[in-house]
Design a protein around this ligand. Structure first.
Ligand code: ADP
Ligand code: G6P
Length: 483
């Protein structure tokens, strides 16, 4: 029976070693949380990296790790410490991530990292080829594996390959600065269908293929190596029911069933009947605009002092890529800003910012989503942003306000949110005030429209549409192969 093979750098489970015991937790990030629902629904094999370097494993731990991976219908690609340094931290996160998010000043171009990137993409191809059978559908994900479609296509030309990019594809003016631009485009063009979150990213990709590879494009199709490749946009959804139902169950929790975090959140609300809470959740990443958000909140408290002692910013920053210097600097800047603002405004009974630098279990995430009156999601650049969608899905009473950056892919589908430019502190502060003062019926009108849309276009629907489009390219492959 043919199967689907999902391939991404990060598996949906994250494995850590404590002494000789393994500790398993869900991976954080839009790709992992979204695709996890798709993987759990069907018969698929997920190939990716366990998060551990080969050198970290020994005779006792390796079989345990492999068993855990197998139990989750996954297979692993072994990476050495050198691969982790040069492929993962190096090329993926010091070159592609900043470049594709328009952070040119953070982008490094190191040949050693590029060589490692090619080698590791080849390692992934070897594992895929060991596991793939005729008729299987192959779905490659994200910027860590841009060369993989081509490596697979060269060995298995009649396999149908889809590729989805979870981050922005930058404009031609940015992409042209990249030393390995042609190789990377050719790598992606090994796929039969290439998907992006938004039409703009799709348009940028088509323009790069035309201008850098001089390829013919016909609407959203590219002719390349006697093949037709389809390019399209598929905005990723969420598992709406999972978030909605979890929030509904959560609202029934008795006092004894409440988590410590929930009790603390309740304390703030009980302190005054005018108290309100603002939520901010992200991986600690410079693309998420965390310092700007904190500074806008400071500006808000100064401009509207009547809100001091009344609002609290609840900020969850999940540790991410902490070996990359820019992430370490961001951590320091965030700590300092939170410290400075709390020092400046706190009273004996009130701290303006509650800051968690850690990963929290799903139930606590629901505590945060359901307790906060406003979600402030203000990335400076973001491929999609699923947190914005999850917040809306958990509003079972259809109250709450989403303040969302125009620079998030999600903004394209969430017009009923209050959209802001995260670099305009004045605008953010005013919008925050508007959000905190929005009448309930207006909140309801906005949230209900967004919920309807999220219910219709779930992550399952997103995957189905991608597969339908990919299957339609299969007919083209069959015709070409039989010629
Ligand atoms: P990115 O993919 O850049 O991290 P997204 O907002 O698209 O940004 O996705 C973040 C995902 O990570 C969301 O699905 C969110 O639920 C999940 N997440 C955030 N914080 C945690 C956490 N502490 N534990 C588990 N998952 C988390
Ligand atoms: C984003 C990327 C994913 C990545 C995730 C977490 O969502 O699009 O590819 O897995 O961030 O980052 P990490 O480096 O921990 O895998």
């Amino acid at each position: 029976m043919s199967k689907t093979i999902i391939i991404s750098n990060r598996l949906p489970l994250q494995i850590k070693l404590e002494e000789n015991e393994i500790n398993v937790s869900p991976s954080v990030g839009g790709l992992a949380t979204g695709m996890k629902s798709v993987h759990e629904e069907g018969e698929s094999l997920w190939i990716g990296w366990s998060g551990l370097a080969e050198e970290d494993l020994n005779e006792e731990t390796k079989p345990k790790v492999l068993a855990e991976i197998q139990k989750n219908h996954c297979a692993t690609v072994p990476l050495t410490e050198n691969d982790v340094d040069h492929f993962y931290y190096g090329f993926s996160n010091k070159t592609l991530w900043p470049l594709f998010h328009y952070f040119l000043e953070y982008t490094s171009f190191e040949n050693e990292n590029w060589e490692s990137y090619k080698r590791v993409n080849q390692k992934f191809a070897d594992v895929v080829l060991e596991n793939a059978e005729d008729g299987d559908t192959i779905w490659v994900h994200d910027y860590q594996l841009l060369l993989l479609p081509q490596y697979i296509k060269q060995k298995k030309p009649d396999t149908s390959i889809g590729f989805f990019l979870h981050i922005p594809f930058p404009s031609y003016e940015v992409f042209r600065t990249f030393p390995w631009r042609e190789e990377v485009l050719e790598g992606m063009l090994g796929a039969d269908l290439i998907g992006f979150h938004t039409y703009d990213y799709e348009r940028h990709f088509l323009s790069c293929a035309r201008r850098l590879l001089h390829l013919d494009t016909n609407f959203n199709e590219i002719s390349y190596n006697d093949r037709i490749i389809k390019i399209d946009s598929f905005p990723m959804g969420i598992d709406f029911d999972k978030f909605y139902n979890a929030a509904r169950e959560h609202s029934k929790n008795s006092e004894t069933e409440k988590s410590d975090i929930q009790k603390k959140l309740d304390d703030h609300l009980y302190a005054s009947n005018e108290a309100q809470m603002i939520l901010s959740i992200d991986r600690l990443d410079y693309t998420k605009g965390i310092p700007n958000r904190i500074k806008s909140f400071e500006y808000f408290l100064e401009k509207y002092p009547e809100y001091q002692q009344k609002v609290r910013l609840i900020m969850l920053a999940v540790p991410s890529r902490s070996n990359v210097p820019q992430y370490q600097l961001l951590k320091r800047e965030t700590d300092e800003l939170v410290g400075r603002i709390n020092g400046k405004f706190s009273t004996v009974s009130w701290t303006p910012i509650w800051y968690f630098y850690r990963s929290l279990p799903f139930d606590n995430l629901i505590d945060l989503y359901t307790s906060c009156d406003v979600a402030m999601i203000t990335p400076v650049r973001d491929g999609m942003n699923l947190v914005a969608k999850e917040y809306v899905a958990t509003r079972v009473n259809q109250d709450g306000v989403l303040v969302l950056s125009e620079m998030a892919g999600a903004a394209k589908e969430m017009n009923e949110a209050l959209l802001i430019n995260p670099n305009n502190f004045e605008d953010v502060a005013k919008t925050l005030k508007m959000a905190l003062e929005m009448p309930k019926d207006e909140q309801k009108a906005r949230i209900s429209v967004m919920q309807e849309r999220l219910k219709r276009y779930t992550v399952e629907k997103w995957a189905q549409e991608f597969f339908t489009a990919l299957n339609s390219t299969k007919d083209v492959i069959n015709t070409l192969v039989s010629k």
